[in-house]
Design a binder for this molecule. Structure first.
Ligand SMILES: Cc1ncc(COP(=O)(O)O)c(C=O)c1O
Length: 480
């Protein structure tokens, strides 16, 4: 299939010809002190606004338009039955401040989702509050700290392996802990390094399994023993849960705390860094510290329990991102236990299939099978002046979202590929063929790629360092 993205020279809504604002009589509706003369919003007909956003969406790339093998992000297809359920009025029109008696259905859904996630992860209790995996990490570390304070201990170190996602370091840093980074050995945690790092200052060891190389840390229970012997806790970064559902669980691996990225494993939309959902599960000893409120069930009615004296408090407004919770709940019920296991099996099969197809042209460091993702290296192409960035940009011309690149750092010119379970063999073959073809192409063609997208290469450093994230910034410029 040929790919050519739509392109429009699309102005901002503020730049479009706007009708004069029609005055609205607010007398008696809004107190005079709270009224404004001007709202500074463009006054445009609905259809112009709809067309504007639809055109912008056509210049974007999404899981609904193409293959999205963004490693570590588990960009699963978002099934439409879940979207339909999440748009029911009983979801969209409930108010978080409604009386418990009027939202028994919503509370039941939350209670059952908590329970299902606990079973999947082998944990004893779950909070649905955090709004992303990263916020789940932060919450999990606060729980570990509260647990330690409660038993009279003050531990300030968090151990993180060098394969870890940046959010692990960031969460530990934001929570005020000292970070101890340990190296890997053959793509797995070096147990000796872990032994040397662990002490009576260790609050937690944060790790994802399989790790970000897609390699299963098969000595994980040994690692857990090392950490537990010194009184530390084991934190499971659930970003890679899609590889292991129904096969093992963080609980079976002796983890104490886990976050779930509902927008990865449980097919809810990612939404550009939010709105996400990052519930956190814990083993029994940490349960009293969970954020309030916790949804409880007394055998007849569901309740929001705020009376938890040891709770770390709220970590997000209300009860979590409810519409996402509905989607994840629907997905879990629709799949059932067997379906979740099959999803993991298929995700692993798909990753290994692509690995096998491209190996040779691209190096895949470290031996053995992978789980749901693998990290290839584009280093061989450096001899003809081609970098992984060029391969990634060129993949867009073939209509694919590029894999994650340059992460994890211990693989040179890394391409981290995670196909997910729903993709067909035909798609995996076409994507592998594109990667093999790109390796043979003229470097000049790659250096100037992408050619078929609405926007060519952007100044990525500029975009990261000086992002324009709000129309207010533009409004402040002289031309407005
Ligand atoms: C391994 C790993 N840990 C943590 C996170 C953070 O999750 P979130 O994006 O939900 O904040 C990610 C996100 O991609 C990840 O891949």
């Amino acid at each position: 299939m040929k790919f050519r993205q739509a392109f429009y020279e699309e102005p901002l809504l503020f730049e479009m010809p706007s009708e004069a604002a029609e005055p609205i009589d607010l007398d008696g509706l809004v107190p005079p002190a709270m009224q404004r003369d001007r709202l500074n919003l463009p006054n445009l007909p609905e259809h112009e606004v709809v067309r504007h956003y639809t055109r912008l969406s056509q210049m974007n790339f999404s899981i609904d338009t193409g293959f999205y093998p963004l490693g570590s992000c588990t960009m699963k297809f978002n099934p439409k039955y879940a979207e339909e359920l999440a748009s029911l009025p009983t979801v969209t029109r409930v108010h978080p401040d409604q009386d418990e008696a009027t939202i028994q259905g919503a509370l039941r859904l939350m209670y059952e989702l908590q329970s299902s996630l606990a079973v999947i992860a082998g944990m004893d209790a779950v909070t649905l509050q955090p709004a992303a995996g990263a916020q789940g990490e932060f919450t999990g570390l606060l729980l570990a700290q509260a647990f330690n304070h409660d038993r009279g201990e003050h531990r300030n170190e968090v151990i993180v392996p060098d394969t870890a996602h940046g959010t692990n370091f960031a969460s530990a840093g934001m929570a005020g802990f000292d970070i101890v980074e340990i190296p890997s050995l053959d793509g797995r945690v070096d147990l000796n390094a872990l032994r040397n790092a662990v002490s009576d200052k260790t609050l937690a060891f944060m790790i994802t399994n399989p790790n970000t190389l897609g390699i299963f840390e098969d000595h994980i229970t040994e690692a857990a023993d090392i950490v537990h012997q010194d009184g530390g806790l084991l934190y499971y970064d659930g970003a890679n849960l899609n590889a292991i559902m129904g096969k093992t669980s963080p609980g079976l691996m002796n983890f104490d705390i886990v976050h779930f990225n509902l927008h990865k494993t449980f097919t809810t939309p990612h939404g550009g860094g939010g709105p996400g959902a990052g519930p956190v599960g814990v083993k029994k000893p940490l349960e009293p510290f969970l954020p309030v409120p916790v949804v409880t069930y007394d055998g007849a009615t569901y309740h929001l329990d705020y009376h938890r004296p040891k709770s770390i408090g709220m970590v997000r407004a209300w009860y979590g991102n409810f519409a996402l919770l509905v989607r994840a709940y629907a997905y879990i019920l629709r799949q059932g236990g067997d379906g979740l296991t099959r999803a993991s099996e298929r995700a692993v099969l798909n990753a290994n299939y692509v690995r096998q197809r491209i190996q040779g042209t691209y190096d895949v460091p470290f031996s053995g099978l992978r789980k749901h993702e693998f990290v290839a290296s584009g280093a061989k192409l450096m001899a003809k002046g081609v970098k992984t960035t060029d391969v990634a940009k060129r993949l867009m011309d073939y209509g694919y979202h590029p894999p994650t690149v340059y992460f994890p750092h211990l693989v040179e010119e890394a391409l981290m590929i995670e196909p997910t379970e729903t993709e067909s063999r035909a798609t995996l073959d076409a994507f592998s063929d594109a990667l093999l073809q790109i390796a043979k192409e003229d470097p000049a063609l790659l250096h100037s790629a992408p050619h078929n997208t609405a926007v060519a290469r952007v100044d990525e450093v500029g975009a990261a360092r000086d992002p324009v994230l709000s129309w207010r910034y533009l409004m402040a410029q002289p031309k407005f």
